[in-house]
Structures are given as C-alpha cells and as structure tokens.
Design a protein around this ligand. Sequence first.
Ligand SMILES: CC(C)(COP(=O)(O)OP(=O)(O)OC[C@H]1O[C@@H](n2cnc3c(N)ncnc32)[C@H](O)[C@@H]1OP(=O)(O)O)[C@@H](O)C(=O)NCCC(=O)NCCSC(=O)C[C@H](O)C(=O)O
Ligand code: MG
Length: 290
Amino acid sequence: MSTTAGFTPLRSVLYMPSSNERALEKAKTIPCDGLILDLEDAVAPDAKPAARESACAAAASGEYGRRTVTIRVNGIGTEWHDADLEAAAAAGPDAVVVPKVGSAAEVAQLVEALERYGAPDRTTLWAMVETPGAILDALAIARASQRLSTLVMGTNDLVKELYAEHVPGRAPILPSLHTALLAARAAGIAIVDGVYNDVRDTEGFAAECRQGREMGFDGKTLIHPGQVEEANRAFAPSAQAVEDARGILQAWEDGRGSGVVTFNGRMVENLHVESAQRTLAIHEAITALG
Ligand SMILES: CC(C)(COP(=O)(O)OP(=O)(O)OC[C@H]1O[C@@H](n2cnc3c(N)ncnc32)[C@H](O)[C@@H]1OP(=O)(O)O)[C@@H](O)C(=O)NCCC(=O)NCCSC(=O)C[C@H](O)C(=O)O
Ligand SMILES: [Mg+2]
C-alpha cells in the first residue's frame, strides 16, 4: 500500500476471483491502486477452500508492490465466513472486505473477530454497503469502529434488493449512493463506488466514472483490467484542477491577512483553500506512485 501524507489513492480497485491463478499473477502488473481478492460471489462453492489458500498466499507474498491488497471474505452467517476471516486475519492484507454488512453491531463483531484471530494493526476493515438495511444504517456503520477505513458500494446487490434496474445515470440508486457518501464523509473515511458490469461498454463506463467522481467518491471498484486506465484518469485531479489549486494557494498567500481574495475572477475563502490543499495532496500521492 502506498500512502502520502496519510492519503492512500483508491481510484481503481479491481476485483478478481481468487480461484483464478492467472488473474492473481496478472494483477502484479496491472496499474490499479487496489485489489480485492474475492472469495465471495466470483468463486464457486466447491472452489472456495482452494481460493482461500490462494488469496491468503497472494496477500502475504508482498509481490503486489504499491497496490492496496484486500481479501473479500464470504458474508456473516455463511458456512465459509469464520474460516475465511481467520485465514485472512493471519495473512495480514491491507484490508479485509466484508460483503453485506448490515449494522454497526456487525462491524463491532467483525472487528472483535479480527483482533481475536490476531490480525495485524495495519489490516483495516472495509464494509460493503449493498442492502437496504445497510443504506438506512450507513452512518452508524461508518462510525462503528476506528478499524473501519472504507465503505464499498455493492451496486449489483443493491439493485437486486431494491427490485430496481440498472439504467444509464443510475437514477434508481442515486439516493442510496448519496446516503452512503454522506455517511462516509461524516465519519471521515473513504468510499469507493460500485462496479460497471459491461466490460465492453467503454463509453458507459467512462460516464459512470465521471458521475462517481463528481458525486465525491474516492474511486471505483472494477471487474476487468481494461477498466483501470479510465478510472485512474477520472478519479485523479485533472491538470487544470492542479493548476487552479496552485493558483488559489498563491492568491491566498499574496492576500495574506484578508479573509477573502479572488483567483481568475472567482471568490476564494478559507474553505476553497482547504479544497485546493486536498486536491494537491491527492495529486502528490498519485504522483508518488510513479
Ligand atoms: C468479467 C470477466 C468474467 C471477463 O472475463 P474474460 O472474458 O475472460 O476476460 P478477458 O478475456 O477480456 O481477459 C483478458 C485478460 O485479463 C485477465 N483478467 C480478466 N479479468 C481480470 C480481473 N478481474 N483481474 C485480473 N485479471 C483479469 C484474464 O485472465 C486475461 O488474462 P490473459 O489470459 O493472461 O490474457 C472477468 O473479467 C472477471 O472474472 N472479472 C472479475 C469478476 C469478479 O470478481 N466478480 C465479483 C466482484 S463484482 C461484485 O460482486 C460487486 C458487488 O458485490 C455488487 O454487489 O455489486
Ligand atoms: Mg455484492
């Protein structure tokens, strides 16, 4: 995991079935910010024990460089959950991703289990919010533990549970996306958007990245290496945004002492300075990835 001044880029977080050895190998060269080694939906029941071993070996290998490496375990209440969590805790990935987290009490239960199984302090918890109950309890979930660092949208399950439909623009789930975003920001944690299922539809994917960025997501979860480049571009500050941020800081510096200045004809107050500083911190963290 690569972090600059406490900021870890999560523009592109790629799922891969942990049962797919080729994908696990290929991931070492894919320029994504994060990996989710999946044990849940992408792995058939009879392949789960072997996939668990492969995911844990990969996470413990140290062969994924600067990428944030996570393991998605099977959900609470499934026959695989306890063994997944115990093995993942011992492997010590950057995070353990838990699907279908439903309440703050479940977060507390997961954190207690990670500690009981000896997970290193560096291993955080990522909670997937993908059920109606999780959306309605999103703030309590997001604030439930210091160990919870990230919310992950599960938009396939959400659409399924709502009896909704996948449509361009995502109108049926926008209230849910906003609610989860509000919760993450109120709790001061990261949040990544859901996946785009049509790996051939590059235009639709780019539009959804743009929408996610404009809403405030830190990045997007992905299902195919071909989606990485666009997500990295969409969730990074543009060259213009970086230039503007530098200009705002300079204008503020030049007008030292006054509570309001202008930059390119636009009003600049302290809050705009804070946004500019955040933009530059993100830009520096991304640049440091090399
Ligand atoms: C979607 C896929 C099944 C498509 O597979 P395929 O048609 O085989 O892809 P390609 O032939 O284009 O693959 C080209 C090469 O890239 C490698 N590859 C493909 N996908 C990945 C990947 N995700 N990570 C790493 N490498 C990947 C292939 O191995 C090929 O390599 P090579 O042979 O060397 O050329 C497939 O992309 C796939 O399985 N994707 C991941 C599916 C997944 O993990 N799903 C679960 C998570 S989504 C979800 O559940 C979200 C949430 O819970 C919700 O509710 O929304
Ligand atoms: Mg799901």
